[in-house]
Design a protein around this ligand. Structure first.
Ligand code: FES
Ligand SMILES: [Fe+2]
Length: 348
């Protein structure tokens, strides 16, 4: 198994309009993304085979892309279908045509996102991953989604760990997310089948405006964090009927040190759904900006001194996440790691 075997978001469906071309990068591979004449997304390597200009700087005409340098035209399969300097003498010789082919990648579109997979022959036994991760309750009746996109100067693993890390919240997001309150939490964390799931107990109303507003009675909060290999995290707060919130993040590796994060905040607040929208958006964006800063600092230090992390029991979740990411980096299948379940206590 390798990182290229998985699906990564390259755009929101709504930003990939007809006749435009987007420049993207996944795992250091440059991509030109556009829609073909049926409106289906196409991903070509962002390199013209002629003299290597960037296709993403070109034009899309009726679902085909034209290189900005000498005007070669590529169709959705990556085949060159016109060469201006050959005009009507365009070579149709089959052997030559076979060599005139850009690199094309598999795409799919689901939940308002366009995805690309780089592997042409994904590892066998990856049936589970033939579809991208299903975004919880996206566009389901009673649910609203706010979508925000942020770039982090850090790698995917450190981003993912931040999104499911409780101990930093009181110091990085005081007043907005959580305040230090010397409360003891219990975490049951389990690694199983390429995922990590952590359930928290004893959580009280210390989660910013939305708990004081939505949970005035102080009902018990069920809080679950999960990681799904190789780059998805989902945080769920459940305070009862019409009081549920998911924060699901897809951390897309642009390169070794840049991660583009697509975050869906999906909630069901009953009659407050529409009213809550601007507050949810502001809160999400404010919190994420604080994390962008914290992770940029962490990456600077890692660049200088490397990674020798030190762990406490509260970091158990990160140790499990790292074991999964390391397995993929070594070409192994993390689903073969032994299942583990640990109960730990920590303070916030
Ligand atoms: S470099 Fe693209 S057509 Fe020449
Ligand atoms: Fe954070």
């Amino acid at each position: 198994m390798q990182f290229i075997d998985f699906w990564y978001v390259v755009a929101e469906s709504r930003e990939l309009k007809a006749n435009i071309i987007l420049q993207r990068s996944i795992l250091n591979e440059w991509l030109a993304i556009f829609r073909d004449d049926n409106g289906e997304p196409v991903a070509l390597q962002d390199r013209c085979i002629h003299r290597h200009s960037r296709l993403s700087k070109g034009k899309v005409l009726q679902g085909k892309v034209q290189c900005p340098y000498h005007g070669w035209v590529y169709d959705k399969s990556g085949k060159v279908v016109a060469v201006p300097s050959e005009g009507n003498d365009f070579i149709k010789n089959i052997e030559i045509c076979q060599t005139r082919h850009g690199i094309v990648y598999e795409t799919c579109e689901i939940d308002g996102y366009v995805y690309v997979r780089l592997a042409s022959n994904p590892s066998e036994d990856l049936q589970l991953f033939n579809q991208p991760f299903k975004m919880p309750f996206y566009k389901e009746p009673g649910w609203e989604t706010m979508r925000v996109i942020n770039r982090f100067h850090n790698n995917v693993t450190n981003c993912v760990e931040n999104f499911i890390d409780i101990p930093h919240t009181a110091s990085v997001h005081p007043g907005v997310f959580r305040n230090q309150c010397r409360q003891k939490l219990q975490m049951i964390v389990e690694r199983c089948n390429g995922s990590v799931v952590a359930e928290y107990r004893n959580e009280i109303n210390n989660l910013g405006w939305f708990t004081s507003f939505l949970n005035r009675q102080g009902n018990e909060i069920t809080h679950t964090d999960s990681f799904h290999m190789p780059n998805i995290t989902s945080v769920e707060y459940n305070m009862g009927k019409n009081r549920r919130l998911f924060i699901t993040s897809q951390s897309v590796p642009e390169s070794n040190d840049m991660t583009l994060v697509y975050t869906d905040v999906t909630y069901n607040y009953g009659i407050w759904n529409k009213f809550a929208k601007p507050f949810v958006w502001w809160t999400a964006q404010h919190i994420i900006h604080q994390d962008v800063e914290a992770l940029a600092i962490q990456w600077e230090v890692i660049q200088k001194y490397g990674t020798q992390f030190m762990n406490t029991p509260a970091d158990t979740i990160h140790v499990f996440v790292e074991s999964i990411c390391n397995a993929i980096a070594q070409g192994n299948d993390p689903r073969k790691l032994p299942n583990k379940s640990v109960t730990v206590n920590f303070w916030v």
